[in-house]
Design a protein around this ligand. Structure first.
Ligand SMILES: CC(C)(COP(=O)(O)OP(=O)(O)OC[C@H]1O[C@@H](n2cnc3c(N)ncnc32)[C@H](O)[C@@H]1OP(=O)(O)O)[C@@H](O)C(=O)NCCC(=O)NCCS
Length: 198
């Protein structure tokens, strides 16, 4: 399916999804503060500066420079003036892999309305537009809500990685998922750009 034909997810009434912007820092800091308890068991341990506008401005500036370099995709789910969710395409890798890792969360007051599913669908549609072949995701083995989101979005589990990521103060086992976006061949790579041995 070409990127133009890829259907975009339908969000519930009152919600929109859009690209992260440089002026999102106040709304982002407020969102992380509201959701501190909700997110901390699934996230790396945060420095206190993470919950401040200045800390979020630094983070967003760094993320937008990666977006401009084609190494990251970053979107927010918005309801009125509030940011109520995020989806990122992290670790964008080209060459013979052409892959990225999707990450997401939804505000504790807006759960179970299909927002995470729509955000993950959006990220996958954007990944296809970026010319990627595959999107991967890892969830802690007991994160059943996140696993439901991925299965609903067409991901398949392909493994389990013991002690995979340092989350909430420990190296956590993760279930690994992927969604293949298309089976089109890659163009022939110019000399010296990857393959076995470089
Ligand atoms: C996981 C999370 C993103 C789900 O967000 P959401 O917007 O509520 O998810 P959706 O409404 O799109 O639900 C998708 C599916 O998951 C199911 N689901 C959602 N929360 C669930 C829960 N707590 N328990 C069981 N199933 C759940 C929904 O019923 C739906 O399943 P269905 O297709 O069978 O109806 C949200 O709970 C969250 O932000 N968790 C903390 C951060 C996190 O875990 N991020 C992912 C890290 S890998």
């Amino acid at each position: 399916m070409s990127p133009e034909e890829q259907p975009r997810p339908v969000l519930p009434t009152g919600y929109t999804i859009r690209a992260l912007r440089a002026d999102d820092a106040p709304a982002m800091a407020a969102a992380y503060l509201r959701n501190r308890d909700h997110l901390e068991q699934w996230d790396p341990t945060r420095d206190p500066s993470f919950y401040t506008v200045a800390g979020q401005q630094d983070a967003i500036d760094r993320q937008l420079s990666l977006v401009h370099g084609g190494l990251l995709g970053a979107w927010v789910v918005v309801c009125g003036e509030e940011i109520v969710g995020r989806a990122n395409l992290n670790n964008v890798i080209r060459g013979v892999l052409c892959s990225a890792a999707v990450g997401y969360w939804v505000d504790h007051d807006h759960l179970r309305r299909g927002l995470a599913s729509a955000a993950v669908e959006h990220a996958c549609a954007e990944a296809l537009d970026m010319g990627l072949h595959r999107v991967e995701a890892g969830t802690m083995v007991h994160n059943l809500a996140s696993q439901r989101v991925l299965l609903r979005a067409g991901f398949e589990q392909y493994g389990m990685a013991p002690r995979f990521l340092f989350i909430a103060g420990g190296w956590q086992d993760h279930n690994l998922y992927q969604r293949i976006l298309h089976d089109d061949p890659l163009p022939v790579a110019p000399a010296g750009t990857g393959g076995a041995g470089g």
